[in-house]
Design a protein around this ligand. Structure first.
Ligand code: NAD
Length: 424
């Protein structure tokens, strides 16, 4: 007899409990065998490391890092690396599980993985950051590789860090292995279009949802939480398409201007200050206030657990597009569904990053590189196809887009597990 925990029980739960709750709902709907359910509710492998880094003042500091492989039935592990003081095993497990479903929805030949280090990268000098990165890369070395697990950037990491990691892995092998990491600089085997891919994918998916509803993005009002890689590119693309981006935020503050923000100016200011510029036309509001603004489209693009049972009933947006992983938790989903707010789930909406990471991996393995127009076209085709499949599943079987996406993802992973059989 299988039991599904009511989402209310997860109101204040950690990200992994939330991920399992989402999976449980799909497993129950698919009548999944109890054994398979147990397999998929647990990560396949978890590596937890403690390692020393020599600081600039000569002292030694010990850091904790993780790499988790959730499931590899459909291919090698794929997923980002996060540097943040919120990183722990619970968070990395959740992010790894979400990657399994995301790769399956996009029909990529990858399983789900994720990693991270508990550190505030902004508190380190460049030298300390490089030593931390190389030592962490060496600690997870036996776990990764182009046929095993291919990490990419996530919160707090970037293409420079991917280049150090690829170099560290290559040194251990004795030759260059560009396909070991994605999200690298183009000069060392990165792909054009990768840096913008997640934001671009969010834009394509929202545009398609609007197109299906017979509407245009032009003139729609948009609020974006998080102004890093994902949030800034997303805001820029929506503004370019004629949407009115009225609010953006980073971890410190949010800016709101009813008549619309100048996103290019804010991007330029952020580049200089590494955070949203202190003075900008518009009102300074809190991140909590941004989440409940009366807008057409709300795009949480920062971290998980932002819309919960605590604030979901105050959300006024008509549509939420999950740029971040896990920004809406299980109990919030219940409330948003009752309010009739459409949520385009993370495992579809932000899959542009992993889709172009897949293109980067393929290009590195072939040492044959594509043009940006080709990449953007293929990205659009793949992500729009994935969204249409999810939408058709929802129309056929009912429920929310998240429930439909999970049913597709879980059944594809189960199909792979059953085709391979259980070893030995
Ligand atoms: P980033 O480090 O470039 O930017 C993160 C942004 O969020 C920054 O502006 C930061 O100030 C802000 N932020 C951090 N904590 C916050 C908080 N508590 N409240 C409000 N804002 C906060 O990271 P990113 O690569 O843009 O990733 C953002 C999200 O998108 C994450 O959930 C990540 O897992 C997800 N994602 C990233 C990619 C990718 O390709 N980078 C792909 C898919 C999903």
């Amino acid at each position: 007899m299988t039991t599904v925990t009511h989402p209310d029980a997860h109101a204040e739960a950690g990200p992994f409990e939330c991920a399992v709750c989402q999976f449980d709902q799909a497993a129950q709907r698919l009548n999944l065998d109890e054994g398979l359910r147990e397999v998929l509710a647990n990560p396949r492998r978890e590596l937890s490391v403690s390692f020393p880094v020599k600081m600039d003042d000569g002292s030694l500091r010990v850091f904790r890092g993780f790499r988790v492989h959730h499931n590899e039935a459909r291919g090698p592990g794929k997923g980002g690396l996060r540097y943040s003081t919120a990183v722990d095993l619970n968070e990395v497990r959740a992010l790894a599980m979400w990657m399994t479903w995301k790769c399956a929805v996009a029909r990529l030949p990858f399983g789900g993985a994720k990693g991270g280090v508990n550190v505030d990268p902004h508190s380190l000098s460049v030298g300390e950051l490089e030593r931390l990165t190389r030592r962490y890369g060496s600690e997870i070395g036996p776990f990764i590789g182009p046929e095993r697990d291919i990490p990419a950037p996530d919160v707090g990491t970037n293409e420079k860090i991917m280049a150090w990691l690829m170099d560290t892995y290559s040194m251990s092998q004795g030759y260059s292995v560009p396909a070991s990491f994605t999200g690298k600089p183009v000069s060392v085997g990165g792909s054009v279009g990768r840096a913008e891919a997640t934001g671009r994918g969010i834009f394509f998916v929202t545009q398609e949802a609007y197109r299906q509803a017979g509407r245009s993005l032009e003139g729609s009002t948009v609020a974006v939480q998080g102004f890093g890689n994902v949030g800034s590119v997303t805001a820029w693309l929506f503004a370019k398409a004629g949407a009115n981006v009225v609010a953006v935020s980073d971890a410190n503050r949010a800016v709101y201007c009813r008549s619309g923000l100048n996103i290019e100016e804010i991007i330029a200011g952020t580049r200089e200050a590494s955070r949203l510029p202190a003075s900008h036309p518009g009102d300074i509001i809190t991140n909590d206030e941004l989440l409940t603004l009366p807008v057409d489209i709300l795009i949480p693009a920062a971290i998980e657990g932002q819309i919960t049972g605590r604030n979901a009933s105050a959300v006024q947006a008509k549509m939420i597009v999950e740029g971040a992983n896990g920004p809406v938790n299980c109990s919030a989903d219940f409330i948003l569904k009752a309010k009739g707010i459409t949520v385009i789930p993370d495992i579809v909406a932000n899959s542009g990053g992993v889709i172009v990471s897949y293109f980067e991996w393929v290009q590195d393995l072939q040492s044959l590189f594509w043009r940006e127009e080709h990449i953007n076209r293929r990205l659009e085709r793949m992500i729009v196809d994935a969204f249409r499949e999810v939408e058709s599943e929802r129309a056929r079987e009912g429920g929310t887009l998240r429930e439909a996406a999970y049913r597709l993802a879980v059944s594809r992973v189960v199909e792979a597990i059953e085709a391979r059989g259980v070893f030995p």
